[in-house]
Ligand binder design. Sequence first.
Ligand code: ADP
Ligand code: MG
Length: 297
Amino acid sequence: MSHETVYAIASGKGGVGKTTTTVNLGTALAEAGERVAIVDADLGMANLAGFVSLNPDSTTLYDVLAGDASIDDATYRLADNIVAVPSGTSLDEYAETSPEGLRDVVEELRSQFDYVFLDVGAGISHETVLPLGLADAVVLVSTPEPAAVHDTTKTIELTDRAGGEIAGLVLTRTRPDGDISHEEIAGRLETPLLGTIPEDPEARDSVYAGTPLVVFEPDGPAAVAYRRLAADLTGVDVSVSTDGGERDPDGSAAIDLEQDGDGAAVSSGGGPERDDDSREAAHDDVSSAITEAESDG
Ligand code: ADP
Ligand code: MG
């Protein structure tokens, strides 16, 4: 694959930030002028719609997978350049869906959009594994917590079985102290560290507001980190930060968009800065979790 455009956002453990990552990577790229589709492929526990204040009328991905609707009917515009394909929430309808249809959905969206992000369910069910093989690359999401890291090994294994490719690891909800070295976690999983997203109370508030973080609090630490991740992952010229990540007191600062640049746009503000990982404590926890995971394979 010369150019990866379809990404599965996946994790072993639930609640680690997959939907947050899907929504914010997608929105960051849309703001940079790319045409983006985000898909709630978490068929059993769909909640992407709530993150972006989307109230789908009757048609969802369930209807598409049940063969009752076209993908266009289940595609909703969120903002300039970005659409979402929500999943349904009724257990009865869920029972009638066939995840197999996801292959056609992905190929259709691939042909229509510059980037497609699949918000994949946690765990090891068939519907979770399938998207891992349909995507061009799998973005593993985990918190630094040993249990979540441990479960990531399963997702790596499943991706392999599904014939998919791992892009690397995104560590979410990182804290300046107390976390083990982020590079070391990625190293132990034998996967590149794509980026780290700091713990940020605005993440939760943005869900309540139904607005992506990168719009809700564009200069907050997590939003800046998501734009940096979007740039690093895809190579798209996403403006990372104009002020070194300082918060605007009233939270209203606009993102310095550099879309439609004819190859001339450069990231402003002196380029991205990387956080230094704190290298302390708790190494043993993760080491033993990973050893355990390796030995039960
Ligand atoms: P998943 O899709 O993996 O289940 P979510 O994206 O729904 O995870 O995130 C789970 C919870 O963690 C949500 O309440 C979300 O607001 C919160 N969260 C996600 N990322 C962050 C962050 N960087 N800082 C603080 N809270 C976060
Ligand atoms: Mg989710």
